[in-house]
Design a protein around this ligand. Structure first.
Ligand code: NI
Length: 160
């Protein structure tokens, strides 16, 4: 296992568009493992390749509920459904920053898993939110630009 360096606010790579993955080789599998390790170290719910400096279309998600933990290769939004809701969000590339953004309640995503199988996911609630957030990263978009004015907050842990 390995923790990779997180790319943070101000790093231009966060605005770049990630490239499609054609072959899921050992390098991609190792990348996915490292992304899980890095996300878990910082208690994140999701992480995109670009956030560890790799401009490839891969995301990992873990909602810590025992079931919603997976890596997706080349995820694409097939449809956005339900109401648009205002939800609180943060991002490992923007430490201590939070704000409300607008997300669809439900999303359908197609992707491949790490074995190259085509998968389709229908998600709602927090999982739908996390998928929209991470897929945005692959398109060079971050939650920071989507924060609803007046809802931005910086919340630092108490100094030890
Ligand atoms: Ni993020």
């Amino acid at each position: 296992m390995a923790i990779r360096n997180l790319r943070e606010e101000g790093d231009e790579i966060l605005k770049k568009i990630s490239r499609k993955i054609d072959v899921i080789d050992d390098r991609i599998k190792t990348l996915a493992e490292d992304m899980f390790d890095t996300m878990h170290k910082y208690d994140g719910l999701g992480l995109a390749g670009v956030q560890v400096g790799v401009l490839k279309r891969i995301i990992v998600i873990d909602l810590y509920d025992g079931e919603s933990k997976f890596a997706l290769i080349n995820p694409e939004i097939v449809s956005l459904e339900g109401n648009i809701v205002e939800v609180e969000e943060g991002c490992l590339s923007y430490p201590y920053q939070f704000g409300k953004v607008r997300r669809y309640e439900k999303v359908k995503v197609k992707a491949q898993d790490l074995d190259g199988n085509n998968v389709t996911l229908e998600a709602e609630g927090l999982l739908a939110q996390a998928l929209q957030h991470e897929i945005d990263h692959l398109n060079g978009e971050t939650f920071k630009e989507k924060i609803i004015p007046g809802t931005f907050e910086v919340i630092k842990p108490e100094e030890q």
